[in-house]
Structure formats: structure tokens, C-alpha cells
Design a protein around this ligand. Sequence first.
Ligand code: AHR
Length: 309
Amino acid sequence: ACLAAFALNVPAFAAKPLVIGFSQVGAESEWRTANTVSIKEAAKKEGITLKFADAQQKQENQVKAIRSFIAQRVDLIAFSPVVESGWDTVLREAKAAKIPVILTDRAVNVSDPALYATFLGSDFVEEGRRAGRWLLERAKKTPDAAINIVELQGTVGSAPALDRKKGFDEVIAANPKLKVIRSQTGDFTRAKGKEVMEAFLKAEGKKINVLYAHNDDMAIGAIQAIEEAGMKPGKDIVVISIDGVKGAFEAMIAGKLNVTVECNPLLGPQLMQLARDVVANKPVPKRVVTQESVFPAEVAAKEFPNRKY
Ligand code: AHR
């Protein structure tokens, strides 16, 4: 066999490529598309075989995908969980099959943290706090005015929706003039963001001073609803969102969005490195947090050319 390999000019004992099964949330936002591209490109660059499954925002599809990865005996499973709870059983099955698991982007709520090797992603509570701090500062311009906020939450039960709400509420509690008067899910999509904002406008009309959207896509959908209601987004209603996608920068440059809190989707290269380390039994940190910034509209035009997603 060695001689044959030598004759064909290939290494006789070439290392078997690492096989990762990755279960993605879906394709609900610009952020998610950038995240998928980053993971696929990083795997390709690293010579890693990626088995990719799109869950279309449904936990049951993710459970099925994880079970199929276990049946295929992949080297490692990575996934971005649609929701936080309900993972114990399937993660125990992966552990019993001795297949390590990496969480990317979103956290899970499990009885035993040893069910996953590491969690790579943003600090969503801090993102919510950053959005809240920006608003607290802005509210200093009108110290006597009551400020009515409507909130577009992300997917019900998902880590970013729970955490971004928590962080924001925690910070704005410092100013009793700031009040969330309506809060509903827009499922992280433009279409739902628009639809729910239309309902908010119908119910509250000109009482609304601020929109806090848990992601840029919902904010962009809501901006359309505000315009269709004959109001000026960014002026009549202050718009705050999270992600920092190009669409948000365009909206800021057009004066329709006031600020976006960055959430970095480009997790591919770090995920591949962590996967290699975990499979090689090297120690890895239990939590790897992504570095991120806040971009107010004033810096949007200058920053836009640097944006990668
Ligand atoms: O989990 C990250 C969130 O999911 C992003 O903020 C949002 O755009 C996406 O759908």
C-alpha cells in the first residue's frame, strides 16, 4: 500500500479530514446568512468536512439533525440552538455516543454543563445593556419628558431574546421616565417586525417615542411600518437595534435608524479551531465571548466601508 501510494505521489497515511455536523437555526436574518457563510467558508478553508442542516427556526428539526449526525458518527457536533431549553435528552445521546458538542452563537439551559464542551458566541445580556445605556444617555436631552418604548423581541424562548430583554430592562430601570409600553415577538424577521410594529402603531400611535428591536432585520421591517403610518423613523420615533449588519448601516446613513449594537456573526474560523482542539482533547475555555462595539448613526458613513457583513 505504501509503495502504491508513493507511486501515485500521495501520502500513504494522510490524516482523515475532520467531520463536523452543524445544525443552523435557519435563514431568518441578514446576521444568520453571514454566520452560515462564515462557517461554511472556514470549514472549506480548513479542509474540514461540514455536514450542514438548516432547522428553519424549529427545535424539532435540530433534534432530528443532531440524531442523524450521531447515527453518521461525525467527529463533532456544533449547533446554534433555536431556543434555550429542552436539550438534555439529545445531548445525553451525543455524550453516550462519545461525540463532543460545541454550542455556537446561542446558549442552552441544561442540567449538566458537561453535556457540551464549550460555548462560542456573544454576550447577549451585555448587548441589551449597551442598547439601554445608549438610550439612557439620549434621554438626558429631555430630562422631564416621559419616554414610551415599544419592544420587538426575538424568537420566543431563544437566548438572544431572553438576554437582550434582560440587559435592556436592567439598565433602563435607572430612569423611571423610560417605560416599555408594548413588547411582543417579531421572530427576528423583517416581515414579522413590520407586522408587529403596525399593530403597535395602531394601538399606541403618536404615544410611541422609541422602538427597541432585538435585531436589525425587525427594525428594518418596523421602519417601513413607521413610514407607511406617515411618521419619520429615526426622528418621530427613535430606533435602536442589535446586530450591525450592512442594512442597518444603510438605514443609519439614511437617517432612519439611530443606533445598532454590534453582534458579530463571523464565528467560523474560531469554531473550526475550537473543534480541532476539542477533538484532539486539548483544553478549551468553557465560554468564548466575541468582541463587539456600538455604532451610533453619527459614525455610520465612516464605518460602512469597513463592515464585513
Ligand atoms: O442569535 C443571534 C441572533 O439571531 C441575531 O441577533 C439575529 O439577527 C439572529 O436571527
